[in-house]
Design a protein around this ligand. Structure first.
Ligand code: HEM
Length: 332
C-alpha cells in the first residue's frame, strides 16, 4: 500500500501520491473498524502527564484493534504529510517505518505497486483549518508516529533477542532489519513533528508543555514507549555483548545487522541535537534539572556522546575518539 509514494517525485506528483496513500490507509482503517470499532482512547486513564498531553494511551488490545489504532495514527500522519514540508529523505524514512508497521500489525506480506490506482486529485487535506491549528495538530501527530515506531521497534528488538536466545539467527536477522527500519524512522517522525515555524513553537507550543499548563515540565525522557525500546536494546546487548571484531569473526551477518541498528540509534541522537537547536537555539530546556548541562542542546549532545561511546566497540566505524574521552571523564 504505502510503497506507492516515490519520495523523489516532482512536488505535484508527490502530493498526489501522498493523497493516494492517505486514501488507501483510510480504506484499511475502515475495513479494520468493520471487524470491531476503535477503542475510545479519551475514556482511558493516561499513565503520565506526557501521555495525556500527546493523546497517547496504553491498553491491552486484540491484534485487530492494535492494527486499527496503528493504521489510524498512520492515516492521520499521511494526511498531514500531504502539506508538511518534510524533506524527501525523511519522508522516505517515515514512510518505510509506516509500511513496516502496517505489515507487522496486520500480519500482511509485502506486495508490489502494481495493484495501485493512479493518483487522483481530491479535496486539499486540512482545508478549512488555520495554519496555527495545522501546526499544533502536527506537533501531536508527529509525536504519535514516534510513539508507534518506538513500540514497534521495542517489539522487533525483543523478538530478535528472543530468537538469538533460542539459537535461531536467521529469524533474529529479519527482526533486527525490521527494528532498524523503525529506528531510522525515529528522527524522521521527530522532524515531521517539528516542521513548524520555530517562532510558533516558542510562542504557542512550548509553554503548553510546562507548568502551569501541565503539572510537570514535559520531556522526551518521560515517553514510556521510548523507555520500552531502550530496555529492549539493553536486553539485546546483554545477549550479544561481543565486540564488532569478535562477532564479525563468528557471525558476520549478525555483526552487520546489529551494527546497522546501533548506527541508526546513534544518528537518532545526533539529529535530536540539531533539531532542538533549530527550535530553541541555546535556551535551557523546559525540563532540565538545575544540575544538568547549560542548555537543551548540550544535554542532548551528552546523550549522543554517551551512546556513541557505549557503541564504539560494537560497530565497524565506532567513534573511539569520543569513547576514550568519555572513559577518561569516568576515571577522573
Ligand atoms: C517526536 C519526538 C520528539 C521531538 C519532536 C523532540 C523535540 C525536542 C525539543 C524541541 C527539545 C527542546 C525542548 C524545549 O526546551 O523546548 C527537546 C529536548 C529534549 N528531548 Fe526531545 N523530542 C522528541 C522525543 C524525545 C525522546 C523520545 C527523548 C528520550 C530520551 C527525548 C529527550 C530529550 C531530552 C533529554 C531533551 C533535553 C532536556 C530535557 O528536556 O530533558 N526527546 N526535544
Amino acid at each position: 500500500m504505502l510503497a506507492g509514494v516515490s519520495t523523489h517525485a516532482r512536488p505535484r506528483e508527490r502530493a498526489l501520491a501522498l493523497r493516494q496513500a492517505t486514501a488507501a490507509a483510510g480504506r484499511l482503517a475502515a475495513a479494520l473498524s468493520d471487524q470491531a470499532p476503535a477503542v475510545a482512547g479519551e475514556g482511558l486513564p493516561a499513565q503520565s502527564v506526557s501521555q495525556s498531553f500527546f493523546r497517547v494511551r496504553e491498553e491491552e488490545l486484540s491484534d485487530q484493534q492494535a492494527a486499527l489504532h496503528g493504521v489510524l495514527v498512520i492515516h492521520r500522519a499521511l494526511e498531514d504529510l500531504c502539506d508538511a514540508p518534510l524533506s524527501g529523505g525523511d519522508l522516505a524514512l517515515e514512510m518505510a517505518g509506516m509500511r513496516q508497521a502496517v505489515l507487522d500489525l496486520t500480519g500482511a506480506t509485502a506486495g508490489t505497486d502494481r495493484d495501485l490506482d493512479p493518483p487522483v486529485a481530491g479535496p486539499e487535506p486540512g482545508a478549512g483549518a488555520s495554519l496555527e491549528e495545522v501546526w499544533s495538530a502536527r506537533w501531536l501527530i508527529g509525536h504519535q508516529v514516534h510513539v508507534l515506531f518506538n513500540v514497534c521497534a521495542a517489539v522487533a528488538v525483543a523478538d530478535a533477542a528472543g530468537h538469538l536466545r533460542n539459537g535461531d539467527s536467521d529469524a533474529a536477522l529479519l527482526k533486527l532489519a525490521d527494528a532498524t527500519v523503525y529506528v531510522r524512522g525515529f528522527p524522521a517522525a521527530m522532524t515531521h513533528a517539528s516542521t513548524i515555524p520555530a517562532d510558533y513553537y516558542m510562542a504557542a507550543i512550548r509553554h503548553t508543555m510546562a507548568p502551569p499548563s501541565v503539572d510537570i515540565p514535559l520531556s522526551g525522557r518521560q515517553h514510556r514507549g521510548y523507555k520500552l525500546f531502550r530496555a529492549a536494546m539493553r536486553d539485546l546487548l546483554s545477549v550479544v555483548p561481543d565486540t564488532y571484531e569478535r562477532l564479525a569473526a563468528r557471525a558476520p551477518e549478525l555483526a552487520e545487522a546489529r551494527g546497522d541498528l546501533l548506527e541508526a540509534d546513534i544518528v537518532d541522537g545526533e539529529r535530536h541535537v540539531t533539531l532542538a537547536y533549530s527550535l530553541v537555539h541555546l535556551d535551557r530546556s523546559i525540563a532540565q534539572r538545575p544540575e544538568g548541562p547549560d542548555n537543551a542542546v548540550a544535554e542532548l549532545r551528552l546523550m549522543r556522546h554517551r551512546r556513541a561511546a557505549q557503541y564504539a566497540p560494537l560497530i565497524r566505524f565506532g567513534d573511539h575518539y569520543v569513547a576514550d574521552a568519555v572513559a577518561g571523564l569516568r576515571h577522573a
